[in-house]
Write a protein that binds this ligand. Structure first.
Ligand SMILES: Cc1ncc(COP(=O)(O)O)c(C=O)c1O
Length: 365
């Protein structure tokens, strides 16, 4: 079964995948307009909603794109002309949503924090109370810039008290951290095929409240990234409007099967255990972290870069890369960091293997 060497990706996706997910891409050639392929997509869309307990109230629009495409679809489809979007930015992915909105001429109310600072929900409340023209709020669940888990439940509750709809970027939390849409009640969440769901890169999905379809029908900002057209187009024809990455869809089917086999709690437990092993090992090596423990996602860790003059991130990266471990640089956090993530098909022995190579590197400094 094994096709290629196993690499340990400690970057926050695209993730290390199982051999069975890789092999699922080797399928007979098929035209995506065939009924058989339509059934595959229908099943994927239904199950993506189930992962976040949205059955009955939520639907899924699936696009061929990277994660950013899904953010663009949600923002451009959701916010009506003449209304404003409140974006909470405490990392680079909040900033990305600001840029998307501005690109399409959507007026943004910007709650900007340093990358690594925790959201003050009283400020969110104040900003919403001050401006009745805000119709939507956008926030990142797991801010991959720093590894911070933002307080989405509280933010959704405040927004809904102000009759404001919520768009949550769940790119690097969906299928890793348990999410229950019956509690959040968020209007839109977005994630992609290559992060905690552990499929291949190439698909992004927006899970949205079905009751929003009539208002979504009025949005014409984008032709390709249009939730209504993409969702209704598939419902009418059983085909995706535009060519999907066929083999990536088969891999996603397999990845979803593996998610349900592992179970929501089982995956979370595995990620948490890997994270605990990683944190302990790094502390033993003398590392410290950007965020306090209770703000951590337990999916990604931003680690303060060593002070040693001999330390060089690229050198450390290359040393570890040669041994089969991929690490990730920092991204504008308020202190200088590098990042390690446990999302993907990773197990305790992988983390221990990484830690012993890192120890060798640190010893060489
Ligand atoms: C929280 C978050 N949002 C958005 C994105 C953007 O995804 P992509 O690079 O697939 O466009 C990422 C990517 O890592 C992310 O972590």
């Amino acid at each position: 079964m094994k096709l290629v060497d196993r690499k340990i990706l400690l970057n926050p996706g695209p993730a290390t995948t199982t051999d069975t997910v890789k092999n699922a891409m080797v399928v007979e050639d098929i035209c995506p307009r065939e009924e058989e392929f339509g059934s595959l997509i229908e099943g994927i869309k239904t199950d993506l909603v189930k992962v976040v307990h949205g059955e009955g109230a939520y639907k899924c629009a699936l696009f061929a794109a990277s994660g950013t495409g899904g953010l663009e679809a949600a923002i451009t489809s959701a916010v009506p002309e003449g209304k404003k979007l409140l974006v909470i930015e405490n990392g680079a992915y909040g900033a990305r949503m600001v840029k998307i909105a501005q690109t399409f001429g959507i007026e943004v109310v910007h709650y900007q924090l340093e990358y690594g600072d925790y959201i003050d929900v009283a400020t969110v409340e104040k900003l919403l109370a001050e401006d009745q023209t805000i119709s939507h709020l956008a926030v990142v669940h797991h801010e991959t810039t720093t590894g911070m888990l933002n307080p989405v439940q509280k933010i959704c509750d405040i927004a809904h008290n102000h009759k404001v709809e919520v768009i949550v970027d769940c790119m690097s939390s969906y299928a890793g951290i348990p999410i229950d849409l019956r509690e959040w009640n968020a209007e839109y969440i977005i994630s992609s095929s290559n992060k905690c769901i552990q499929g291949m890169a190439g698909l992004v999905f927006v899970i949205f409240k079905e009751s929003l379809l009539p208002s979504l029908a009025n949005q014409k900002r984008s032709f390709y990234f249009n939730i209504y057209n993409q969702y209704v187009g598939f419902e009418k024809t059983g085909q995706m409007q535009f060519t999907p990455p066929v083999q990536v869809c088969y891999a996603l089917r397999q990845a979803i099967n593996e998610y349900f086999e592992e179970t929501e709690q089982g995956r979370w437990n595995r990620y948490q255990n890997n994270w605990d092993v990683l944190v302990e090992g790094l502390q033993d090596l003398g590392f410290s972290f950007l965020l306090p423990y209770d703000q951590q996602s337990k999916i990604l860790l931003a680690i303060i870069e060593p002070k040693s003059e001999k330390y060089d991130f690229d050198e450390m990266h290359n040393f570890l890369y040669e041994k089969g471990y991929t690490i990730y640089p920092g991204k504008g956090a308020k202190k200088s960091t590098f990042r390690l993530s446990v999302l993907g098909d990773l197990h305790e022995e992988d983390i221990n293997g990484f830690l012993s190579e890192l120890k060798r590197y640190m010893g060489s400094l």
